[in-house]
Design a protein around this ligand. Structure first.
Ligand code: ASP
Ligand code: ASP
Length: 333
């Protein structure tokens, strides 16, 4: 831990400049304003520069990871981020009382009664974090709800894209999202964020994997992946969500890979300086060809992971430690 008033601490405080985000819970990218984005990214960039630097900004606050569905990177990222802000952390989920018949609300209110500051929620059902946010004093952050949203994934993706193009928006940039749009909560958050950043969004997938509502986001739909990638600035691949029954929407994974998997030849159709992104976990040789996955110079997949920690630290500091003194309240019903 750095001494009080170290230059790094001072520079973080100056970067924040007494600003607060407009929300107390984060369930959807719809809640995030353009001003919030600037603030989150200003701070995230500083945290990224300081890597695992430990600071006492959230000392005395606790965070609970309530993951009712499996996770590797998201949970580790929240946990380490909280610890680097000096929060106490614990996890409930995999062996929890939901399995004994307890409701989500009862489980989360039990956790809330321990006076925790932030609860991170992941569930296989859509809409649970938003419902729980109405029943807790703790702030709720959605870490992925069913087929709906995964807002911190989109925030870290946005930072990765903006920094690569050294820009404050994605005007004039084309992002091609390829894969299982239908079952992807990553898509749900990413498309909302890309629209806020003024990107042109193309979506390429088998017809059966494009939900009817995809059109409402103003994206361009393609059933031919080559056409969708031609001239793109960013190629964003998604995993086929087998655990959500996605296999029933395609003839076979082999065929999917043949038609939509990102290979060298397909990536070469994008602009010369285009980048490849993926939220992880990758199914090698199905959604992305092995040789491209993380080692290729166009792949920014590990940069996404690094940015994840920085964005989550920024969020936890902003949500857990407000200058405006706003706290959550809710009516017990
Ligand atoms: N869906 C998971 C996550 O975002 C992937 C993983 O955990 O590896 O955390
Ligand atoms: N990690 C992401 C999620 O939890 C993407 C994936 O699992 O494919 O949604």
């Amino acid at each position: 831990m750095d001494p009080e008033n170290s230059p790094k601490k001072q520079s973080l405080i100056e970067t924040r400049g007494c600003r607060d985000v407009s929300f107390l819970d984060l369930c959807s990218i719809d809640q995030v304003t353009k001003k919030d984005l600037v603030l989150i990214y200003d701070i995230a960039r500083k945290f990224r520069e300081y890597k695992t630097y430990k600071i006492n900004f959230n000392k005395g606050n606790s965070l609970v990871n309530a993951f009712f569905e499996s996770s590797t990177r998201t949970m580790a990222s929240f946990d380490l981020s909280a610890k680097q802000l000096s929060m106490d952390t614990t996890a409930v989920g995999s062996n929890c009382s939901i399995k004994k018949g307890e409701s989500y609300i009862d489980t989360i209110q039990t956790v809330d009664a321990m006076n925790v500051k932030v609860i991170i929620i992941r569930t296989k059902e859509s809409g649970v974090p938003e419902m729980l946010a109405r029943h807790t004093s703790a702030s709720i952050i959605n870490a992925g709800d069913g087929w709906h949203e995964h807002p911190t994934q989109a925030l870290l993706d946005g930072l990765t894209m903006l920094d690569y193009f050294n820009s404050t928006n994605l005007k004039g940039r084309t992002v091609t999202i390829v894969g299982d749009i239908m079952h992807s909560r990553v898509f749900g958050s990413l498309v909302r964020l890309l629209k806020k950043l003024d990107a042109t969004v193309r979506v390429a997938a088998p017809e059966t994997m494009i939900p009817k509502h995809a059109n409402k986001f103003g994206v361009n739909l393609y059933y031919n992946v080559e056409e969708a990638i031609r001239g793109a600035d960013i190629v964003y691949a998604l995993r086929v969500q087998k655990e959500r029954g996605a296999n029933g929407f395609i003839p076979s994974l082999r065929e999917y890979s043949k038609m939509f998997g990102i290979s060298r030849a397909r990536l070469d159709l994008a602009k010369k300086n285009a980048i490849l992104m993926h939220p992880g976990p990758i199914t090698r040789d199905i959604d992305v060809h092995s040789a491209l996955s993380v080692v290729d110079k166009q792949s920014h997949i590990l940069q996404q992971v690094e940015n994840g920690a920085s964005v989550r630290k920024a969020l936890l500091w902003l949500i857990g430690n407000r200058y405006d003194g706003k706290v959550k309240s809710y009516k017990k019903i």
